[in-house]
Design a protein. Structure first.
Lengths: 248, 258
């Protein structure tokens, strides 16, 4: 229904980038290069999926953008309001769900009502006062998502957030993320192994290989997206071959 | 229902049988009361000791000693564990000596403590404190050092300050280990108290028992033993309550609440 339309992809990039990575390099000790003069720009409200095989440097890039790893070579500009959702929910088991959501918020913003609102948004209003250890995997990830959203981040990082979930829960969570992104329009960087997930959600898919950007393509498909779309199929094939998977 | 009663009674059956045999042997005169008093005599003696105020008075003295010693141990253990758990420098200064001192059998310090602190309350309380500070220090230190790095990283991405990381993540995550240490400490405090009160004391349960030894009053000694056992049981129960109160988030794992 929609032909390759670069214009659409560029329209989101027109505004000044929220995240700017220039010549970022990183190696651990004398070991191999993890990131190799990497350049990446993420526009305001742009949804980028980052693919790559294990050891391609995805995690290091995300950790650097999250401020967990230092920048030793190159420059990284990122907004002040960032939030990260990890593969594990990383909720504090000794704080109730709503307290986890408000963790680290300034005293002016802190009230249970805010937590209620954002928990309702992620479909967790029935577990507001629950202890995290009583949550299911999907519920815990929803809580982690709420904790990220309550901060109104202009840049949201998702580090394989659905990898540990069962297939059905994963689809539901992908739909939730798509819906939330439509509403909040923050820039998103989604690190994933799943090509279909990347194509379902992202404006642009970046494939990392040996610390460099191997492929960088925009996804000119309207939302909600369908697997059956021929363009989707084409992009899927391109990305899989970029990841070293060739059709038999 | 009947099976439950059967299960219950069979658990205590052997114990009851033992007491009955004990009473039988004593009543038949096979064992002299100077060797072992009969259960009936023990109960009777306990009643007398309560009536004339001997037992309550000595019990109070022992309780105060154990409580002060244990409180001191908690304060010392927690402060040292915080120092060595939260800073590298602190660990180098504190942990080495602690690891060496903990290999000393605390009871071997009795003669030294008597020389230093005389025979008043001080050496007894300090002996209890010395023995029970170690499990608290060791467990809390382990708990602080064993904090989940992933939770710390999460806290950093949320922009938590160092003091907030300590307060909201490191200390709560070390709490289960601290309570394990507290449990050990309570057990050790009674052990230290028994020895401290039997070596030199003018009051306390241990003194009451040593006094009874001079008069071959095995009934009084048995009452003292029962009291110690009861105290150990009660203090363990209290720690359990503390645990249930503070660790409710981990105990509720299997219970659905909303």
């Amino acid at each position: 229904m929609n032909v390759m339309a670069p214009a659409q992809a560029f329209s989101t990039k027109k505004s000044a980038p929220v995240v700017q990575v220039c010549g970022l390099s990183r190696r651990y000790g004398k070991g191999p290069v993890i990131l190799d003069h990497l350049d990446l720009e993420i526009g305001a409200g742009e949804f980028i999926a980052l693919l790559g095989r294990s050891g391609s440097g995805k995690s290091t890039l995300l950790r650097t953008l999250a401020g967990l790893d230092p920048v030793t070579e190159g420059t990284v500009t990122r907004p002040k309001e960032v939030a990260v959702v990890f593969q594990e929910s990383r909720l504090l088991p000794w704080k109730r769900v709503w307290q986890n959501v408000l963790l680290g918020m300034g005293p002016d913003a802190v009230c249970e009502v805010d937590a209620h609102k954002v928990l309702q948004e992620v479909g967790l209003s029935h577990r507001v006062a629950a202890w995290p250890l009583t949550l299911s995997g999907g519920e815990a990830q929803r809580a982690a998502l709420a904790r990220a959203l309550v901060r109104n981040p202009s840049f949201l990082m998702l580090d394989e957030p659905f990898a540990a979930l069962d297939a059905l829960t994963r689809i539901r969570m992908q739909q939730l993320v798509a819906r939330l992104w439509e509403k909040h329009k923050s820039a998103v960087l989604l690190v994933t192994h799943d090509v279909d997930e990347a194509l379902m959600l992202a404006d642009r898919v970046v494939v990392l290989e040996a610390g460099r950007i191997h492929t960088d393509i925009s996804v000119p498909l309207e939302r909600p997206r369908r697997h059956a779309n021929p363009v989707f199929e084409d992009l899927r094939r391109i990305l899989l071959s970029a990841l070293g998977v060739t059709p038999e | 229902m009947i099976r439950k009663i059967m299960e219950y009674s069979s658990r205590y059956f052997s114990l009851i049988l033992l007491v009955v045999i004990w009473q039988g042997v004593c009543s038949a005169g096979l064992i002299s009361p100077h060797v072992l008093a009969s259960p009936f005599a023990v109960v009777h003696t306990a009643e007398t000791l309560v009536r004339d105020g001997t037992l309550p008075k000595n019990l109070l003295v022992s309780l105060v000693r154990a409580a002060s010693g244990l409180s001191l141990a908690v304060i010392i253990g927690v402060v040292l564990a915080l120092i060595s758990g939260l800073s590298r420098m602190g660990e180098e200064v504190v942990d080495g000596p602690m690891q060496i001192f903990r290999t000393l059998p605390a009871l071997a310090l009795v003669p030294l403590f008597i020389l230093w602190f005389g025979i008043g309350e001080t050496p007894k309380i300090l002996l209890v404190a010395f023995g029970s500070a170690f499990p608290i220090y060791l467990n809390l230190h382990k708990g602080i050092r064993g904090v989940d790095v992933r939770l710390l990283e999460m806290g950093k991405t949320l922009g938590l300050s160092h003091s907030r990381l300590v307060r909201d993540i490191i200390l709560p995550s070390a709490l289960p280990d601290f309570i394990v240490g507290l449990r050990f400490a309570v057990g050790i405090s009674w052990l230290m108290l028994v020895v401290a009160e039997q070596v030199n004391a003018e009051s306390g349960i241990g003194h009451m028992m040593m006094d009874a030894e001079d008069f071959l009053r095995t009934d009084v000694i048995l009452v003292g033993l029962a009291v110690y056992g009861f105290l150990g049981l009660m203090s363990d129960q209290i720690v359990r309550y503390v645990e249930r109160f503070f660790l409710i988030w981990s105990l509720d794992r299997n219970r659905e609440i909303s």
